[in-house]
Design a protein around this ligand. Structure first.
Ligand SMILES: NC(=O)c1ccc[n+]([C@@H]2O[C@H](COP(=O)([O-])OP(=O)(O)OC[C@H]3O[C@@H](n4cnc5c(N)ncnc54)[C@H](O)[C@@H]3O)[C@@H](O)[C@H]2O)c1
Length: 432
């Protein structure tokens, strides 16, 4: 342990990041910037080639950042897992999606663990950052790593540290988001703490990987449940003729005991719709039912249908039907100012509208084309002439760079699911 600790402290340790996506790439660059020699490993050769050429594919990372760090020689990328044998510390940032039956799909974690096992040697530190259910690090990863006879805490070190990055967030990024770390042994936690403190201001050690795994799932379950609550309040407010946005804005003036969450077209992204289901899966396996998670999933999953109902009612008011109407979706990314469509409610809304016979188009400055789960389309430039041909525009994602003046002035009808047109009260605008 002492040799590795010294190498980490002196920044002689060679760090590897497996999985260079939204989580892994910013992390790799931050370690390289701080003076470590970093190797990024990704199976996706398109991504590897792109980074080698100094081109980023992640919205929060610029080409010049990548170019500069590649040029210094402190950041290298490869698709070849054998490089793992040359590294002192390896951080795993691979996807953790759901299977078709909405169970955790930990196959990426298993496959990386097996690769590591093939190349590991004494004195290495491994940290899992992928969001996963409590028990994964010690019950799934650890047995694979120990298959070759090396022992955790003595021959190698293993910890879990959840990634809390919020893509598109300009205020909080890798450095100023506190990092929770739970090692399998005390030495595991200490080594990981020392490594991350080079790039992160606040480290929060916890007693075990299980605690660290649960921290992440609690955070995202908290968001999912609160969003579901406010979505349900929005449905009720609609019935009662109350403006839910006004209610929330007034409620949030309470300086304690209230935190604002906002209704919307449904959940999206790689975290909030998925992570709570990891928690309920492990709970169920242990004979416990997490009722809040199930209810939140039910309420949030029904929101795209509700948006379609709003569009139907709005068109009805103009004596039109969904069938045969030109409906234009504004924003298909799962949230404001990001370029990620994974699990985006916009896709489900588009699919439902198409099934009902609407001609559906979209504009998203961040998503030039969609080719996702059978839905293929291209973003249309937003012009006065184009909007004039549309029967209903639907704001699904409130990107900051939309020309809202143009949208308000030239749309016949607007359904605004995000209160993007806050303060504008016109007859042709319908809010969630
Ligand atoms: N995206 C977010 O906002 C966010 C935030 C916090 C936590 N997380 C969690 O972080 C993890 C990663 O998410 P992401 O959004 O970065 O995913 P991503 O899909 O953007 O990136 C994952 C990368 O891993 C690569 N990969 C898969 N298997 C591999 C293997 N065997 N070897 C090498 N590379 C491999 C993929 O090619 C891909 O480039 C997930 O568990 C996610 O839940 C994501």
């Amino acid at each position: 342990m002492s040799i590795l600790l010294k190498r980490i402290k002196t920044k002689d340790a060679r760090i590897g990041i497996v999985g260079l996506g939204y989580v892994g790439l910013p992390l790799a660059l931050e370690f390289a910037r701080s003076g470590y020699n970093v190797t990024g490993i990704d199976k996706n050769m398109e991504r590897v080639e792109s980074l080698k050429k100094g081109k980023s594919y992640i919205i929060d990372v610029t080409d010049s950042e990548v170019k500069q760090l590649i040029k210094t020689g402190r950041f290298n990328v490869t698709g070849d897992a054998s490089v793992l044998s040359k590294l002192d510390a390896v951080i795993i940032c691979v996807p953790t999606p759901l299977t078709k039956t909405k169970d955790p799909d930990v196959s990426y974690i298993i496959s990386v663990s097996q690769e590591i096992k093939n190349y590991m040697h004494k004195g290495q530190l491994f940290v899992l950052e992928s969001t996963t259910y409590p028990g994964t690090t010690e019950e799934l990863v650890l047995p694979i790593l120990e298959e070759g006879g090396l022992k955790v805490g003595r021959d190698f070190f293993l910890a879990f540290s959840p990634e809390r990055i919020d893509p598109g967030n300009k205020q909080y990024s890798v450095r100023n988001i506190p990092k929770v770390i739970g090692g399998v042994t005390r030495h595991c936690t200490e080594l990981a703490r020392c490594m991350y403190s080079a790039i992160i201001d606040t480290i929060v050690p916890v007693s075990s990987p299980k605690v660290a795994e649960t921290v992440k799932l609690l955070e995202n379950t908290f968001r999912s449940v609160n969003i579901a609550l406010v979505n349900e309040i929005a449905l009720m407010a609609g019935r009662l003729g109350i403006d839910v946005w006004e209610v929330i804005n007034a409620a949030k003036t309470k300086p304690f005991g209230f935190m604002p969450f906002y209704p919307g077209p449904g959940l999206g992204g790689h975290c909030i719709p998925i992570d709570p289901l990891y928690l309920s899966w492990v709970a169920k396996k242990n004979g416990f039912e997490l009722r809040f998670v199930a209810l939140a999933d039910q309420v949030n999953s029904a929101m795209p249908e509700f948006v379609v109902e709003k569009i139907t009612d709005a068109l009805n008011g103009a004596k039109k039907s969904i069938k045969g109407s030109n409906i234009h979706i504004l924003g298909v990314a799962y949230k404001k100012d990001v370029d990620d469509v994974r699990e985006s409610p916009a896709l489900e809304i588009m699919n439902i509208l198409r099934h009902k016979g609407a001609r559906v188009t979209y504009t998203d400055p961040y998503i030039p084309e969609i080719n996702y789960h059978g839905l293929r389309a291209r973003s249309v430039p937003l012009t006065k002439a184009f909007l004039n041909k549309i029967d209903c525009s639907v704001i699904v994602t409130n990107h900051g760079n939309f020309n809202y003046d143009l949208i308000v002035s030239h749309s016949k009808l607007i359904v605004d699911t995000r209160n993007a047109l806050k303060g504008i009260n016109k007859k042709h605008i319908v809010r969630l």
